[in-house]
Design a protein around this ligand. Structure first.
Ligand SMILES: NC(=O)c1ccc[n+]([C@@H]2O[C@H](COP(=O)([O-])OP(=O)(O)OC[C@H]3O[C@@H](n4cnc5c(N)ncnc54)[C@H](OP(=O)(O)O)[C@@H]3O)[C@@H](O)[C@H]2O)c1
Length: 382
């Protein structure tokens, strides 16, 4: 099946009525499984993995109540693709693609015009391209709006910590990926300095070259996360690791980390032992209307991830075409989806840190702690 166009899917669905979408989700860890099925609480993770392996894709819930500020409406379906993140990388391509494609076909059967690929369903393989060839509706990874909201959130959080982004040094973790490479390009025109981090040096050099072409800025590249973070005032972390690669001891006092990765890149210990740094979850968006997800995926009512929101926005627009695909996301798409988001009333949700909202008072306290930690560093060097 070739690339879908808005004409094709639009005709099937008709131009009147709500936009229709599907969004493919999967558990990021045992916590997600237990939230859905409390009886799994005392089971071993290895056993739960096996059960997930045997469970086919299925419809999780019907999402209703999305109403744009312009009056357009959309509804959709969460479709489960039950694997843990490590299963997406360790099981055969055939098994993994088979289940993702089956999930997308459920959305297609429900009448969706577009399907979004959540978390590792967009990371595996070629970021949506093979999936698109095997389903009859449009596909997006949601990366364009994720990039827009990660940059907006990280820069705003840094201002709230009393720094000016234009004087700050930024590290992008996962800088050779779909989200990281475009974040790197866009940030190179906004900040003081940039370090790109990923495991593969030759790919990193290619991204650095693309950044140079785009903004005439020379940026550093490294495979060493610890070294990069020791200099970074702002971190955008979007790796496809299976989590926990940013340790508490790596972070500079007063730094801001926008953790876009799912599962998260920042270790839980940072919440307890680094009160002087601000970690925010990237890409959280407030959805217009009275959205009901009919499913608890761990966020407060009315809040969705940016990748889900991108899929909803395209459904509201009835833009049933492949949108964010592959590892090179166009900056034009990031700008376009941000504009469409504004038009329909989607906006960045307040900051959340380690699964809970963070207040202005808590940020002010972190600023104070950061100031005294920086003073201590100056005294020990002076
Ligand atoms: N919050 C949201 O709304 C949202 C939306 C979409 C995606 N996501 C999440 O964002 C993350 C990135 O997605 P993507 O589509 O950009 O993935 P991607 O294109 O596969 O890129 C992943 C990047 O991470 C790097 N990487 C892999 N393992 C690493 C490690 N151990 N340490 C450091 N870097 C590592 C990869 O390097 P190589 O080039 O060497 O492989 C690559 O640079 C994923 O966790 C995904 O689930 C979140």
């Amino acid at each position: 099946m070739g690339t879908k166009t808005s004409g094709e899917a639009g005709q099937r669905q008709g131009n009147a009525g709500p936009g229709r979408f599907g969004f493919v989700i999967h558990p990021l860890g045992m916590e997600d499984v237990v939230r859905f099925e409390p009886r799994a609480a005392n089971k071993r993770e290895a056993l739960v993995s096996k059960v997930l392996e045997w469970t086919p894709a299925y419809e999780v819930s019907h999402i209703t109540g999305i109403r744009s500020t312009l009056g357009a409406t959309a509804d959709g379906w969460f479709i489960g693709c039950p694997y843990f993140p490590n299963q997406f990388v360790t099981l055969t391509r055939e098994a993994v693609y088979g289940k993702i494609i089956a999930a997308c076909r459920i959305a297609e059967e429900q009448g969706a015009g577009i399907v979004g690929l959540g978390a590792f369903t967009s990371v595996v393989g070629d970021a949506g391209q093979t999936v698109s060839k095997n389903v009859g509706i449009a596909v997006t990874t949601g990366s364009s709006y994720t990039i827009a909201t990660a940059i907006e959130g990280a820069l705003e959080a840094s201002r709230r910590m009393g720094s000016s982004p234009e004087d700050s040094h930024v590290a992008v973790i996962g800088a050779t990926g779909s989200i990281g490479s475009t974040c790197a390009k866009m940030l190179s025109r906004m900040v003081g300095g940039l370090t790109l981090v990923a495991p593969n040096l030759s790919r990193l050099r290619r991204v650095a070259e693309a950044v140079l072409q785009y903004s005439k800025r020379v940026v550093s590249v490294t495979r060493d996360i610890k070294e990069a973070l020791s200099r970074a005032d702002i971190v955008i972390s979007a790796s496809s690791s299976t989590g926990g690669i940013i340790k508490a001891s790596y972070l500079k006092p007063g730094s801001v980390v926008c953790d876009v990765a799912l599962p998260h890149d920042v270790c839980r210990e940072v919440a307890e032992i680094r009160p002087d740094v601000l970690v925010i979850e990237g890409g959280l968006v407030s959805v217009p209307g009275k959205v009901s997800f009919d499913f608890d995926f761990g966020y407060p009512p009315g809040i969705a991830l940016a990748c889900m929101s991108e899929t909803m926005i395209l459904a509201l627009e009835k833009r049933y075409e492949n949108y964010s695909m592959g590892r090179g996301i166009d900056i034009e798409k990031v700008l376009e989806i941000s504009e469409l988001a504004r038009k329909h009333g989607f906006k960045l949700a307040g900051f959340r840190s380690f699964e809970r909202p963070i207040t202005d008072e808590e940020i002010a306290e972190k600023r104070e702690r950061a100031d005294s930690a920086k003073k201590k560093v100056m005294i020990s060097y002076g």
